[in-house]
Design a protein around this ligand. Structure first.
Ligand code: COA
Ligand code: AMP
Length: 636
């Protein structure tokens, strides 16, 4: 266990300065970035809730991630290591090699008409070309929108219609464990479903499955062979770098928009302050480039720092065994690993004694970082005991782009309290409010909010929808950003995150909307109404459970309709939803105003004390449902 210190040292000083002198604090951090034109202002909060960071500044994020490291003599250092147990290959790209590939792919994008400000949807598995495509967009000043490969065609189509891209970059297939997932047919279907015409699609053909090419498609390899390398196009610090869709409480995903300047500064700063990773060191973030964790800590932060990043195309278990994380750490000299607790629950289940650890030399490994969902104490203790390094929980969201609360290992290692992601990160004024907006004392649970302005790298707005941005995050409590999480802060200033207060669920570290699953169920011809709730699951944290009421006159029952509904969610939302349980029920419990009592249902299913609101319409409906909820999912 690492030495713990009290909060009087470097963390406290940095935190206080970020609160009392934010301009000075972030001006200093901005010196870690190359500017084409120095910012005139640091933070402009005149248009709150919208904040603008580094106004007047110009930069290029790709230059900061690649070219400047080559210019500074890091050209021969590995920038990206693609470690792929599913294809049994390891490929290393130096900074010079990666820069050259990115410059050429930017040329390909330009040749199909992509320019500054245009959107490019990227729908790819964990291949180096996904990173190359993202950085090539940044090089051109175009705005990428990466869609997680586990989402089905309909979800991709919704994102295409919202982002209105000028081009799409995809691959013929992904490899999930032993299965080959054919992406190209999904891409074609999504383009058919979408109303927006996305222009050309550049397709990486992989040997495991060759997609059928149409007139719209451009072959990645062919296009690269003749591409002209392209220079970095300077953009305003406040111009968008990317839009990343995340689940909200409705079926329509939210397009989180992030800028270039604030993002580069905060992520570069976080790499040393939070993760204690310096130029030349190796970082392994086992997430997916389709999620925010992958954007920030597989791609941008390590490369902005001049570190080496590992892109892992495999699973924590089953590709082929539960020792793969240890192998990657030993083989590539990884200093810190960042993943989701669910990955460790998987490893623990397969190899409870962590016997496979003995096969690898982990002497250079210093820290395990976990995020994406609550870190249960059992997993925390197991990982700490088996690895013998500090296990650091930290809490953040797609919207913030980096940690809100963490134990800042580079600034000052603080005491670890199991169950807490530790303390607010410099830049974040975290508070707990009650329903009326009054601050709550230490230890009392309420809504976790962040006082405006948000620090750099947090969302600028929702893509093309300022109104939804205000309404979703900024309207509940005037002057505060609503995180959507509930929790408390203890007397030592440690934050405890207890879970979402809305209809967002977290399945194996994947954020999903019950609303989008309900939309799919409601679309079945036999379904009159439905509800989807997230219930506790030992492995995945949460899994969804569906409850449907059938239309009058439907004679078929759960045994027939249930599997149809499961298949429907899998094909419309994606396998990643892990939607495997649905029950046909006579009615759903509601308030008198017609709101389904999802929270009460979830509490009963999880075996908690259920709060039954006094506004319940017909208590007998809940009584009938109770045994179904308590029994748990059949076969689940
Ligand atoms: N493309 C296509 N399908 C995908 C996919 C992708 N990129 N990612 C996941 N899926 C599929 C899986 O194959 C699985 O399908 P199945 O129902 O046919 O088995 C389904 O979606 C659920 O996947 P997952 O949630 O990954 O669970 P799993 O049962 O395959 O694996 C663990 C179990 C323990 C390995 C898993 O919980 C895990 O570690 N996931 C990764 C966590 C993570 O990195 N989260 C990112 C946040 S930081
Ligand atoms: P995402 O936007 O996919 O990163 O998911 C963000 C949500 O995941 C948060 O709002 C939390 O509900 C949950 N989450 C992320 N990290 C943690 C953590 N360390 N502890 C508890 N919940 C977390």
């Amino acid at each position: 266990m690492a030495t713990s210190r009290t909060m009087s040292g470097e963390y406290q000083q940095a935190y206080e300065r970020s609160m009392t002198d934010p301009d000075g604090f972030w001006r200093e951090a901005a010196a870690l970035i190359d500017w084409e034109r120095e910012p005139e202002t640091i933070m402009d909060s005149s248009a709150l809730p919208f904040s603008r960071w580094f106004g007047g500044g110009e930069l290029n994020t790709c230059h900061n991630a690649l070219d400047r490291h080559v210019d500074a003599g890091r050209g021969d250092q590995p920038a990206l290591i693609h470690d792929s147990p599913v294809t049994e290959s390891v490929t290393t790209f130096t900074y010079t090699e990666l820069r050259d590939l990115v410059a050429r792919f930017a040329g390909v994008l330009r040749s199909v008409g992509v320019g500054k400000g245009d959107r490019v949807v990227i729908y790819m598995p964990m291949v180096p070309e996904a990173v190359i495509a993202m950085l090539a967009c940044a090089r051109l000043g175009a705005v990428h929108s990466v869609v997680f490969g586990g989402f089905a065609a309909r979800e991709l189509a919704v994102r295409i219609d919202d982002a209105r891209p000028s081009a799409i970059v995809s691959a013929s297939c992904g490899i999930e464990g032993k299965r080959v997932i054919e992406y190209k047919p999904l891409l074609d279907k999504a383009i058919d479903l979408a109303e927006h015409d996305p222009g050309r699609s550049i397709v990486l053909q992989r040997p495991q499955f060759q997609g059928e090419m149409t007139d719209r498609d451009v072959d990645w390899a062919e296009a690269m062979s003749t591409a002209e390398p392209t220079e970095c196009v300077p953009v305003a610090a406040t111009d968008p770098l990317y839009v990343l869709y995340t689940s909200g409480t409705t079926g329509k995903p939210k397009g989180v928009q992030r800028d270039n300047g604030g993002h580069a500064v905060a992520l570069r700063w976080s790499m040393e302050a939070i993760y204690d990773i310096h130029p030349g060191e190796t970082f392994f973030c086992a997430s997916d480039v389709g999620w925010v964790v992958g954007h920030s800590y597989i791609v941008y932060a390590p490369l902005l720092t001049g570190a080496t990043t590992v892109l892992y195309e495999g699973k924590p278990i089953g590709t082929p065994d539960a020792g793969q994380f240890w192998r990657v750490i030993a083989q590539h000299g990884v200093k810190a690993l960042f993943t989701a607790p669910t990955a460790f629950r998987g490893i623990k289940k397969e190899d409870p004694d962590a016997a496979l650890l003995a096969e690898y030399d982990l002497s250079g490994f210093e820290t395990l970082f976990l995020a994406g969902e609550r870190l249960d104490p059992e997993t925390y203790h197991w990982a700490t005991e088996k690895l013998g390094v500090p296990v650091i929980d930290h809490w953040w969201q797609t919207e913030t782009g980096w940690a809100i609360a963490a134990n800042p290992r580079g600034l000052e290692p603080l005491e670890i309290k199991p169950g807490s992601p530790s303390v607010p990160v410099p830049g974040y004024q975290v508070e707990i409010l009650d329903v009326d907006g009054s601050p709550l004392p230490a230890g009392e649970e309420g809504a976790i909010v962040i006082k405006l302005p948000l620090p750099p790298a947090c969302l600028q707005t929702l893509w093309d929808d300022d109104e939804r941005f205000r309404e979703s995050y900024m309207s509940r409590y005037e002057g505060y950003y609503l995180t959507g999480d509930g929790g408390y802060i203890d007397a030592d200033g440690y934050v405890f995150v207890m879970g979402r207060t809305d209809d967002v669920i977290n399945v194996a570290g994947h954020r999903l909307s019950t609303g989008s699953m309900e939309e799919v169920l409601a679309g079945h011809p036999d379904v009159a109404e439905c509800a989807v709730i997230g219930v506790n699951d030992q492995m995945k944290g949460q899994v969804p459970r569906g409850f449907v009421v059938l239309k009058a006159g439907v004679t078929r029952g759960e045994d027939e309709i249930g599997p149809e509904l499961v298949a429907l969610v899998r094909s419309e939302v994606g396998a990643v939803a892990s939607f495997k349980n649905v029950a046909v029920v006579p009615a759903l419990p509601k308030t008198r105003s017609g709101k389904v009592l999802r929270k009460t249902m979830r509490q009963i299913a999880d075996g908690e004390d259920a709060m039954v609101p006094s506004t319940i319409d017909d208590a007998s409906v809940l009584d009938t449902l109770r045994p179904v909820l308590e029994k748990g999912p059949a076969g689940g």
